[in-house]
Design a protein around this ligand. Structure first.
Ligand code: F6R
Length: 242
């Protein structure tokens, strides 16, 4: 695992956007796995800037989701489908046809999970998967004690994660209790994992993930198993590293 310490979130965003741009220059139809939440926004802004300035052509890029809330209606502004379309797909000038994600609106969630793992494999696998990290060490929505071999499936959010995400909703009660998330085993199949963590609130989780033992109690520690994992942290998020 490679750990890169950058001065701030903007520098992390620029560094990772450049890695994504380099990938797209090598492989124009790369499948990019994206995360939601606040942390990756500087990456998406920096990548969109590169596309607008013609520093990279992203017109053949393909985008896939890491996770999705269960039960939000189609088109809900905080469904991760809507968020990824708004924050990634549209700014990159892509159309919905270049985008795939799990169906959080279905009655048959189990079938949607199996279908999504199959769709990822049929698309040739994820070339670069962006990850954030929860304050409890989750990646995707694999909360502590998730199996390190898990596949895409439904998970129950912890109250901590629901509180962390309440800022995106009008009231904390509106945060769904369930999500579909790529499993840790699914995530580990991506060819390159890139985790960005910024801010002091992530420092403990980063230290446990990077320097602690491999443990299902800290799902992000699974990155230690991956042959090509890059962890980009700002100085605040790096503050508990030895
Ligand atoms: C969201 C996701 C989550 C977030 C994590 C950090 O798609 O996969 O694991 O990355 O909850 O969220 P922020 O960046 O908002 O602190």
């Amino acid at each position: 695992m490679e750990v890169v310490i950058v001065p701030d979130a903007a520098a992390g965003g620029e560094l990772i956007a450049e890695a994504m741009a380099a990938l797209l220059r090598r492989k124009p139809d790369a499948l990019l796995g994206v995360a939601t939440g606040s942390t990756p926004l500087p990456i998406y802004e920096a990548l969109a800037t590169k596309v607008r300035s013609a520093a990279v052509d992203a017109s053949r890029a393909r985008i896939c989701q890491l996770d999705e809330y269960v039960g939000l209606p189609y088109g809900h502004p905080e469904s991760y489908r809507s968020v990824v379309l708004r924050e990634v797909v549209e700014p990159l000038g892509l159309s919905e046809s270049s985008f795939m994600g799990p169906d959080g609106t279905t009655d048959d969630v189990a079938a949607a999970c199996v279908a999504y793992d199959r769709a990822l494999a049929e698309a040739g696998g994820v070339d670069l998967q962006l990850l954030g990290i929860g304050t409890d060490g989750h990646i995707g929505f694999n909360e502590p004690c998730s199996s390190l071999a898990s596949r895409t499936r439904i998970k129950t959010l912890t109250e901590q994660t629901r509180q962390d995400n309440a800022r995106f909703f009008d009231s904390p009660d509106e945060v769904p209790h369930h999500v579909i998330t790529q499993g840790i085993g699914t995530i580990l199949e991506a060819r390159h994992l890139v985790l960005l963590a910024t801010g002091a609130s992530k420092a403990e989780a980063v230290a446990l993930a990077v320097e602690g033992p491999l443990s299902a109690l800290v799902p992000a520690s699974a990155l230690q198993l991956h042959p090509h994992a890059t962890v980009v942290v700002d100085e605040a998020a790096a503050s508990r590293l030895k």
